[in-house]
Design a protein around this ligand. Structure first.
Ligand SMILES: [Zn+2]
Length: 339
């Protein structure tokens, strides 16, 4: 059913908190070409249209192959700044008030880019975004799970001099065959350093990976987590312990986690009491930023105004950098019936 004007307007006006956004996944084809030209890099695509045409993914790995190729145009501090500023401009237009950005240091250090260049460029943009748009933000360093835990441990050690620039660590990349249990030591070290902990789990991997992320990694939020309902006891636990699932509907559709958004379980889980939040994952590749994820989910699943407000309030509560004004406003919205 098409979205009515009232819900369309509500989605536009809702203050949004972005908790599942890979900054490298906001690289639009136009910027990919301009940075490639700047650095004299030959791209394997003839045009912006040819890049977009390549965005027909059949699973997570087919996306990751293109995603890591795109990262190669990010070379200097001003590239990371430009990438993040372009994201913040879009986020501002979508009503984002706070964003916790994932970044993948290993995708850059493996190419000889220093960690300080990556973090420096992103932090420059985060400061300017707060001044220009009033958007506050934090950085979450993600370990690539298809690599070894030793590589993750070395990455964490290299990142600790930048500890004050980070809010937490996460776990991303190809999930199948790379369970959370592979990263127990590095998460224990990050925890000891006082970093918040999140992990992708239950996107393509089984519900058991969500349980592992909670019990072995002490993850405070689960990214995706949509396969939780294969284990009813786990769903009960998510409700009981108020663990947020950062769900990305358009990503799930584009990577064939669901065939049709009308089949997505996020509405059912939300109505069951799970702290579902809505986000955009890798929006340049998946066809929409956070506002579009809200609109697509609302239309496909006929989410009510109260449910849309609940989703936004859940994200504010699940964030790691509380903004007293915004969080209390959103939290009160989410606990009262607006009808
Ligand atoms: Zn993700």
């Amino acid at each position: 059913m098409a979205l009515d004007a009232a819900r369309t307007r509500l989605i536009r006006l809702l203050p949004k908190v972005e908790l599942h956004l890979h900054i490298e996944g906001t690289l639009e084809p136009e910027m990919m070409f301009s940075l490639a030209a700047k650095h004299g890099i030959a791209l394997p695509y003839a045009s912006v249209e040819a890049v977009r045409a390549a965005y027909a993914f059949h699973d997570l790995q087919s996306f990751l192959d293109l995603y890591y190729a795109g990262c190669d145009v990010l070379r200097d501090r001003s590239d990371f700044y430009a990438l993040a500023m372009a994201y913040f401009a879009r986020a501002h237009a979508d009503g984002v008030v706070h964003a916790e950005l994932f970044f993948d240091p290993q995708s850059h250090t493996a190419r000889g880019i220093e960690l300080g260049v990556v973090i420096g460029g992103l932090r420059d943009a985060m400061g300017d975004a707060e001044r220009r748009y009033g958007i506050t933000s934090g950085l979450i360093l993600c370990f690539l799970r298809h690599l070894s835990e030793e590589d993750a441990l070395a990455t964490l050690a290299a990142a600790l001099p930048f500890r004050s620039e980070l809010v937490g660590v996460g776990l991303d990349s190809g999930e199948r065959g790379n369970p959370p249990s592979k990263f127990t030591r590095v998460f224990a070290e990050a925890r000891a350093a006082g970093l918040h902990l999140v992990a992708h789990a239950g996107e393509e991997g089984p519900a058991a990976y969500i349980t592992e992320a909670l019990d072995l990694l002490h993850a405070e939020r689960i990214d995706h987590g949509v396969r939780c309902d294969e284990d009813p006891a786990l769903v009960d636990r998510l409700v009981r312990e108020n663990i947020a699932l950062t769900v990305c509907p358009l990503s799930n559709l584009k990577l064939c986690v669901v065939k049709d958004l009308r089949d997505h379980n996020l509405a059912r889980l939300l109505r069951r009491g799970v702290a579902i939040t809505l986000h955009s994952d890798d929006p340049a590749y998946f066809g929409g930023y956070i506002g579009e994820n809200y609109r697509a989910a609302a239309e496909a699943l006929d989410l009510t105004a109260a449910e849309l407000i609940q989703l936004a309030a859940n994200a504010a509560r699940a964030s790691f950098l509380p903004l007293p004004g915004t969080v209390s406003k959103l939290s009160s919205l989410g606990t009262t019936d607006p009808q």
